[in-house]
Design a protein around this ligand. Structure first.
Ligand SMILES: O=C(O)CCC(=O)C(=O)O
Length: 262
C-alpha cells in the first residue's frame, strides 16, 4: 500500500495545537476502491455471535425503519482491514503523533446511511476509555465524500488541552459547548482526520440520499498495553448488538448518549 503523506514537524505542531490533523488525499483512489469493496463485503456478511459486531439504529426519516449504523471489531475477522489498521501508513502516521509505536485499540465503520443519526458533541474519552489507557488517537478515513449537508465531522479546535470537559457516558451539554467553535471538515474519499480522545467533535443527522461511510480506528500508545480484546469483550457484555430482526429499542441507541456508539 502506498505511503500516505509523511508526518512532519508542522503536522505534529498542528495536531498539538488543535487536537486534530486533517490529511487530504492520504489514500489513493485505487486504495479507496479496495477499502470500499471490503466495506461492502463485510456489510453483506451474515451476523454470527462472537464475530464482527453489527449495530442498527432508528432512521430519522421514517419511524419504522431500522438501518445499519456501524460494524465493529473487524481486525481479526477480515485480513484486509486487519493489515490496513496494523501495518502501513495509518498506524505509522498515528505513531509519529504519539512519539512511539501505536497499538490498535478498537475499530469500527460508521455507515451513516440515509436517515442515519448524527453524533452529539462529545469527547471520545467520555466513553470510559480511561479504564484501558490514558490517551488515544483515532483515525477517521473517508470512504465517501462528506459534506455539511450529509453530516461531515465537525471539530472544536484547541479544547482538547482542557482534558475531560464533560461527564462520562453522556454528550457535552449546552453549557459546555456554548463557547466552542465547531469547524466542519468536509472530506473526499481517501482523506484522513487524526484526532485525540479529548477534542470535542460532533456531526449532524444524515438526510441526503447517499451513504456517508467512514472508518474510525483508535490507537493507544504501545507502552500503555494491548487492550483491544478486553475492550471488545466488555463491549459484547455491556452493549450487545441488537440485530435488525430484534426491533427492541433500548434507550442506549439514541444519539443523545455516547456510551454505546463511541
Ligand atoms: O462518524 C461521525 O460522524 C462521528 C464519529 C464519532 O464521533 C464517533 O464515532 O465517535
Amino acid at each position: 500500500m502506498k505511503m500516505g503523506p509523511a508526518i512532519d514537524e508542522q503536522h505534529v505542531e498542528t495536531f498539538r495545537r488543535d487536537g486534530y490533523l486533517f490529511l487530504p488525499g492520504f489514500f489513493s483512489k485505487a486504495e479507496m476502491r479496495r477499502i470500499a469493496g471490503w466495506t461492502e463485503e463485510v456489510a453483506a456478511w451474515p451476523e454470527e455471535p462472537g464475530r464482527h459486531m453489527v449495530y442498527h439504529e432508528d432512521s430519522v426519516l421514517s419511524q419504522d425503519d431500522r438501518i445499519l449504523q456501524r460494524i465493529e471489531d473487524l481486525t481479526t475477522h477480515h485480513a484486509g482491514f486487519g493489515s490496513l489498521y496494523c501495518n502501513g501508513p495509518l498506524i505509522d502516521a498515528v505513531s509519529e503523533l504519539f512519539g512511539e509505536r501505536a497499538m490498535l485499540f478498537k475499530d469500527k465503520i460508521n455507515f451513516k446511511m440515509p436517515g442515519g443519526q448524527g453524533f452529539k458533541a462529545h469527547q471520545d474519552a467520555q466513553a470510559g476509555w480511561h479504564r484501558y489507557a490514558p490517551y488515544f488517537i483515532s483515525a477517521l478515513v473517508s470512504i465517501d465524500r462528506s459534506t455539511e449537508e450529509n453530516g461531515c465531522i465537525e471539530m472544536a479546535p484547541g479544547w482538547h488541552g482542557r482534558g475531560l470537559i464533560g461527564e462520562e457516558w453522556t454528550p457535552l451539554d449546552q453549557a459546555s459547548t456554548s463557547q466552542m467553535q465547531f469547524v466542519p471538515l468536509p472530506t473526499k474519499p481517501g482523506d484522513v482526520v487524526l484526532f485525540d480522545c479529548y477534542v470535542p467533535h460532533r456531526s449532524t443527522d444524515k438526510r441526503t440520499s447517499e451513504p456517508r461511510r467512514v472508518l474510525n480506528v483508535t490507537y493507544n500508545r504501545t507502552s500503555d498495553g494491548d487492550h483491544r480484546a478486553a475492550y471488545f469483550a466488555d463491549k459484547r457484555k455491556n452493549f450487545p448488538r441488537i440485530s435488525n430482526a430484534n426491533r427492541a429499542r433500548p434507550t442506549s441507541f439514541a444519539s443523545d448518549t455516547v456510551r454505546d456508539h463511541v
